[in-house]
Ligand binder design. Structure first.
Ligand code: SAM
Length: 218
């Protein structure tokens, strides 16, 4: 077991240098989180050997855990300082939520598949991450009862940015979301300044669909 953990630590270190530092990941808090959180615990025993490779992996229910670089890039784009309350839509395995929980004070993550939500909660609890709460429901509607959020991250592809999520973003807050068609999107980074919202496209990406009232149909 101890030998396995050493091997995973080495693989994680290699992931950070070969996939993140060699590209454009520079935020020290994001790098530290990616160096610390054991990704192999979020992919199931069958895929543990693949956990630190440069791509997405299946997590069941037709869903995926995103490529490590995309997780790091989306987190970096939020420009977090450490004391934020963050909303994630699309808990999936819980890995992105764990990275966020390592960086900020409070994380709320919504997953529409109850089974995935339960599994993610179990993994997050096993890691002792007590500042993240997983909610089951339609994340396109956000969590109005807990708004506003300092940052919002959507890890499934939307036809357009859900208005509910923009409404729940605090003044000065940032929102990152893949927007486009079913098979290809652009990662967009939004910022709120009072009643004004600005956005920029960052990179082309391919995410599974965001399914819900302000997303795609079933
Ligand atoms: N962040 C995840 C991780 O770290 O493993 C990966 C997310 S996976 C690419 C997208 C997830 O979004 C899937 O688990 C899917 O079930 C979920 N999803 C899609 N539409 C949703 C919605 N309206 N509300 C909540 N979750 C949704």
């Amino acid at each position: 077991m101890a030998m396995d953990e050493n091997r995973f630590t080495q693989l994680r270190e290699r992931m950070v240098s070969a996939q993140l530092l060699s590209r454009d990941i520079r935020d020290p808090a994001v790098i530290e989180a990616m160096r610390t959180i054991p990704r192999h615990m979020f992919v199931g025993a069958d895929n543990a050997d693949m956990a630190y490779t440069d791509g997405p992996l299946p997590i069941g229910q037709g869903q995926t855990i995103s490529q490590p670089y995309i997780v790091a890039l989306m987190t970096q784009l939020l420009e977090l300082k450490g004391n934020e309350k963050v909303l994630e839509i699309g808990t999936g395995s819980g890995y992105q939520a764990a990275i966020l929980a390592h960086v900020v004070k409070e994380v709320h993550s919504i997953e529409r598949h109850e089974h995935l939500a339960r599994q993610a909660s179990t993994t997050l609890n096993a890691l002792g991450l007590e500042n993240v709460e997983v909610h089951v429901g339609d994340g396109t509607l956000g969590l109005p009862e807990l708004a506003p959020f300092d940052a919002v991250i959507v890890t499934a592809a939307a036809p357009k940015v859900p208005q509910s999520l923009l409404d729940q973003l605090d003044d000065g807050g940032r929102l990152v979301i893949p927007v486009g068609g079913r098979w290809g999107q652009y990662l967009e980074c939004w910022q709120r300044d009072g009643d004004k919202f600005s956005s920029e496209g960052v990179v082309p990406v391919a995410f599974v669909p965001l399914v819900g009232e302000e997303g795609w149909g079933e």
